[in-house]
Design a protein around this ligand. Sequence first.
Ligand SMILES: NC(=O)c1ccc[n+]([C@@H]2O[C@H](COP(=O)([O-])OP(=O)(O)OC[C@H]3O[C@@H](n4cnc5c(N)ncnc54)[C@H](OP(=O)(O)O)[C@@H]3O)[C@@H](O)[C@H]2O)c1
Length: 333
Amino acid sequence: MIRCAIVGATGLVGSTFLKVIEEKKLPIDEFVLLASSKSKGKIIHFLDKDYIVEELNENSFDNNRFDYALFSAGSNISLKYAPIAVKNGCIVIDNSSAYRMNEDVPLVVKEVNKNMLIKHKGIISNPNCSTIQAVIPLKILNDLYCIKRVIFSTYQAVSGAGINGINDLNNTLTGKKANKFPYPIANNCLPHIDIFLENGYTKEEMKIIEETRKILNLPNLNITATAVRVPVKNCHCESINVELENDFDILDLKQQLNKIEGIVVHDMPEKQIYPIPTFVDGKDDVFIGRIRRDYSVKSGINFWCVADNIRKGAATNAVQILEELIKRNSHLD
Ligand SMILES: NC(=O)c1ccc[n+]([C@@H]2O[C@H](COP(=O)([O-])OP(=O)(O)OC[C@H]3O[C@@H](n4cnc5c(N)ncnc54)[C@H](OP(=O)(O)O)[C@@H]3O)[C@@H](O)[C@H]2O)c1
């Protein structure tokens, strides 16, 4: 009997957890959907049943009620309730940034480092959406040619800021005031995601840098990042520049990328084929295009990387972790 809680089930990521779980038909017997007091009593149709949303509180995990919990209700909720869940025998897969850089918490992307799952002590973190889509191609580049330096420039969709981000795009497109972002996002690009830190970077930029180092197990890798919010509803785009230790053949590199689970190469500029958000929306793979040599260094490449930030960047990756844990634990039975 496997029981699973979904914390933040009414949010953008939480409702996508439900979609992905339905699609994957995981062997879970019982679900409980939790959210804030605002959603208490709300009915959500899921897996051919009507679920009544419960309000999350200190007793939600009592009596070892759950085997697993997927959290997506923000860092403060994770900081308060994930330890309570773990104390009650539950394994937590957390979507917030609360535990990602904690040494005892594996930060996992299935295609890159699922081997780290054995090290968990109750909490496993799902990386930031911009990090997840980048580390899959970076892992193979490092394995083949050894990465020296990475420069990220991100173009991030408003859905990355939750339901309020989407509302801001819709509202400001019709001339209404911005609530979530500091300026109207309609017809704008804002080089500002999350808070500014003392070092001049935003917290989002530092998350990309630090999480990439942790997942690739390259703690000293030279990385810099600029994260920009753009007026796109869904799917994050990234321009990634990578300097490599060893030389490469560009055709071979494209073929190697295409072979990797979770990557689709869309790269035929002569036919105007390259990844774009409206095509990638709703898909689980990471799409790569505009792959070309960087002639300004001895060995370097540029590429364009697009993924659905709510699916692979959040819900799909978390559900893949859950699937992997269930598989492993069933072998232990
Ligand atoms: N959007 C993305 O691309 C993305 C990607 C990766 C990670 N994440 C992370 O995932 C989390 C949720 O993001 P989102 O985009 O889904 O946000 P969202 O659409 O704003 O949803 C927030 C969810 O949290 C719940 N919640 C808020 N306060 C709560 C409380 N006091 N107790 C219980 N539940 C509460 C909300 O419930 P109510 O509906 O009842 O208010 C809702 O279900 C955040 O930590 C975010 O950083 C988001």
